[in-house]
Design a protein around this ligand. Structure first.
Ligand SMILES: Nc1ncnc2c1ncn2[C@@H]1O[C@@H]2COP(=O)(O)O[C@H]2[C@H]1O
Length: 366
């Protein structure tokens, strides 16, 4: 017989070193207290499933065990909020009976709610890239979250994890010094930069007014990207717009010739900037582990790549592994390169490069 289960969802995060907003914990267990004349016995079993691939927190496990002790069985826990006892940070968890469906693998309630939103979603720029017959299938990859004012959805510096789409309400995009860079609302998306660039989250997102937000995890986000090339283009344009707006790298620097070090700008960000700004010229990267690499861009497309013994696509994947090296971008290419075909669709090359990097890191850590 399985123990009854309760699913808690992280609904607020304050500097928690382990968990993020939306993380789920399944708690099962039973507490029996037997009192007789001869003895006084107390038996407790608590089973806690923490989010996969995240470290377990003994403090939180203790707090969840206390809930089982207090209510004796998971199915007796009332709808409630609990706060962890805290360490360098703290989190608040919410128990709503609906969430059990998610943990059991059946997302019927969510699906129904999302299903009824299909009409609304089909008008969103993101979903416009998906043909009508596949829309429902794609929407079902998403989960729906209802958030309160001031909830932090993601915090700058967190590892990127999910991609988000705002259904109703609005959020603030906040920079390092706590200033709101911009406000995002219905139909706007966020969280894409860290996923695509395989980097940490670049800005804090805080809920400005009660909001409903869809989210999808990295794995499913990548599946959608691979399956729908028009979404890759949508992100290229979106990120170009956002990069230009936040002046991450000034376009004037690029056209006048850009010099720098890979230790300051990772190779993927450098390539992406040249691609998004439709640059034509030659990027030379020297002082690399294996000498010097050369990459030619025509209107942002990568047309030639050479590094060590690697050429074309392979050279691009190799350079993504490098973390140090001096680069220089020189505008202009020789006329014989005007007709050279591009090495591959840039976003696809980048996604594949990121996947290989991840694979390499996983092999090293296993
Ligand atoms: N200038 C900006 N305009 C709009 N959205 C932004 C801007 N800067 C950052 N963001 C969003 O904030 C998100 C924070 O997480 P990511 O870095 O994954 O992705 C980022 C973008 O989705």
């Amino acid at each position: 017989m399985a123990f009854p289960k309760a699913v808690f969802k992280v609904s607020a995060v304050k500097n928690c070193p382990l968990y993020s907003f939306g993380d789920l914990f399944t708690v099962a267990g039973i507490t029996i207290s037997m009192v007789s004349k001869e003895e006084n016995t107390f038996v407790n079993t608590t089973i806690i499933h923490s989010p996969l691939k995240k470290e377990k927190c003994k403090t939180l496990n203790g707090d969840l065990t206390k809930v089982i002790i207090q209510y004796e069985r998971a199915d007796k826990i009332p709808v409630c909020m609990i706060s962890c006892s805290g360490c360098t940070g703290s989190i608040r968890l919410e128990y709503t009976k609906d969430l059990e469906l998610t943990a059991n693998g059946s997302e019927k309630d969510y699906t129904n709610e999302l299903g009824s939103m299909l009409h609304l979603l089909s008008d969103f720029a993101f979903f416009k890239n998906i043909d009508e017959e596949n829309l429902e299938k794609v929407v079902n990859f998403f989960h729906l979250n209802k958030l309160k004012k001031d909830d932090i959805v993601i915090r700058k510096g967190d590892p990127g994890g999910n991609f988000y789409i705002i259904i109703t309400g609005s959020v603030n995009v906040i920079n390092d010094v706590g200033m709101t860079i911009t406000t995002l609302s219905k139909g706007d998306v966020f969280g894409e930069m860290s996923l695509i660039c395989n980097d940490s989250v670049g800005a804090t997102i805080q809920v400005r007014e009660p909001s409903s937000i869809l989210y999808i995890d990295r794995k499913n986000f990548q599946k959608i990207l691979e399956q729908y090339p028009s979404i890759q283009l949508y992100f290229t344009r979106l990120m170009a717009k956002r990069l230009t707006k936040s002046n991450t790298i000034r376009t004037e620097d690029l056209s006048s010739g850009m010099i720098g070090n890979l230790a300051e700008i990772p190779a993927e960000a450098l390539f992406q900037t040249l691609n998004m700004n439709n640059k034509t010229g030659i990027l030379t990267i020297s002082e690399l582990v294996n000498g010097t690499a050369r990459f030619s861009f025509r209107q942002g497309s990568l047309i030639k790549a050479k590094y060590y013994t690697y050429e074309g696509e392979a050279a691009f994947y190799e350079i993504l592994k490098e973390q140090e090296g001096r680069f220089r971008f020189t505008p202009g290419i020789p006329s014989e390169d005007f007709e050279v075909p591009e090495i591959g669709y840039f976003m696809k090359l980048l996604m594949e490069g990121m996947r290989r990097l991840d694979e390499g890191r996983n092999i090293r850590t296993n």
